[in-house]
Design a protein. Sequence first.
Lengths: 171, 127
Amino acid sequence: MNLLEGRMSERLNEILYRVAEEILESLAFLFPVLDEERKKISNVFVWGASISFGGPFSGRLVILASETILPDLVKNMLGLDAGEEVSLDQQHDALMELLSIVCGNLLPAIAGKKAMFNLDVPKILFPEEYDALMQKQDSVSQVILELENGQTDFILFIEEDNLSLNSLPLV
Amino acid sequence: MAINLLIVDDSSVMRSMIVKALRMSGIDLGAIHQASNGKEGLDRLDEHGVDLAIVDIAMPVMNGEEMIDCMRSRPDTNQIPVIVISTEGSEARIERLKEKGAWFIHKPFTPERIRDVINEFVGRQNV
């Protein structure tokens, strides 16, 4: 990665962090802290989801989240009491919806509101799928966030055809 | 007069959030029907008369824009007002949806934003 691409990658990280922080706070009253010291989240006790997109550039956004934060995510989104039970289906649903909203807000933050993207339906990503994805492709941006009850990572992949970061239409 | 609604979103959590926001808004609500994609949404419209449809865009099977196109092509549904609640960020696509007669609410939304848009809809219905 050359110096210019390094700066672009930093800029992408800033945008991804800002968007993820805003959505976590406004959607689910979760207040993240950027943790550049922490290593990438481990696959143990983690749920992941992935959403693909196409448009001026194509790729996918992945979220990995400690299983400990998912019940709070659902309860905060729905305004439920702390003691109320939530199902695993609801936890997966909330994780995918969070990812979809972050992705939908991230792409115009990168490329501007004139750019038109098509978002696929998000899907739950199992650990072996995440491992395969990481081996297949390098991410262009990753933010590692610390939450009160756990951790979450957002990882942006862009297809190799679009991989020159210098060509991204950063706004 | 109570408003009968159809909410179409593939996320059951999001549908519950919308219902909660509607109940918090103080609007007089009648029956609230739900569907998880555009095709199911059209099926619900065949079964129930509604005053307003709240529709997501990115959904499996049939997306929200395709559902709106089907609604507008059918005489029994072409007059039903539609509010799109979506993460859509493209100005051109939002404009296209508005040209199809849809109001637009961006995700994430606040209950106040839903209340304001529905109040505007109710106000127009009462004119």
